[in-house]
Unconditional design. Structure first.
Length: 229
């Protein structure tokens, strides 16, 4: 997979960007929210699909977009520059607030989206907060897509969604990024033995660290119940 590299510094892998664009297109999304923008890889992939939709709009939440990169964290406005250069700035709204402040504000305003991409800070608590508000903001029938689901922290959030919320997974099963070669060999053997080698290959070669779910309905989880993580 020599060609499957990040498309720019702090960017996503080429295969992941293709999957992202494909999901935006096939879901027929027109009002998209992304949490985390960085240098604009995902932003441009989403806008590239929305430009053929008359009402297509993307809102990006990124508090560090205009912060200096040295000393960081920050991106020197590179993501917004790339959006301007694409000629699609009229379809884009940037919110320069911390996600845990911006998302409840969007919920308070009654905003709803039909596609939400979560690629913010990748600790369990931040990723769970992002999902909690994404769930309030996402229309039933809409899709939530996580990046870096191969990390333990985000993977646990994805497991929670699959086991406890009215969401249906899309694409190959979740898989952690394993540093240990023996563990990778054992997992590969399991996939082969279970007849799921095609799904394993799809995960390894294309989806990489993306995890997608379609929301079936609004609803709270049951009190005092926690399954699957």
């Amino acid at each position: 997979m020599e060609t499957n590299r990040p498309d720019r510094v702090d960017g996503m892998l080429v295969s992941e960007l293709k999957i992202l664009a494909e999901l935006v297109r096939t879901s027929k999304a027109s009002n998209v929210l992304e949490i985390g923008m960085a240098n604009g890889s995902s932003t441009l992939a989403i806008l590239g699909e929305l430009k053929s939709t008359p009402q297509g709009r993307l809102t990006s939440v990124d508090p560090f977009q205009m912060h200096p990169s040295n000393p960081g964290p920050g991106y020197d406005g590179v993501g917004l520059d790339n959006v301007r250069k694409s000629g699609l700035a009229d379809r884009h709204t940037w919110i320069g607030m911390l996600d845990y402040l911006a998302l409840p504000k969007l919920a308070e305003e009654g905003k709803r989206f039909d596609f939400i991409f979560i690629d913010g800070y990748h600790s369990f608590d931040y990723a769970m907060i992002d999902f909690f508000f994404a769930d309030l903001l996402l229309q039933p029938g809409g899709m939530v897509l996580f990046h870096d689901s191969g990390s333990m922290a985000v993977n646990r959030v994805c497991q929670f969604v699959a086991a406890n919320k009215a969401y249906t997974p899309v694409g190959p099963p979740l898989a952690l990024i394993l540093d240990s070669l023996p563990k990778r060999v054992v997992r590969r053997a399991y996939w082969l033995a279970s007849g799921q080698d095609g799904k394993f290959r799809e995960r390894r070669e294309r989806w990489k660290s993306l995890a997608a779910f379609v929301k079936q309905a609004d609803g709270m989880t049951k009190e005092f119940v926690l399954k699957g993580i």
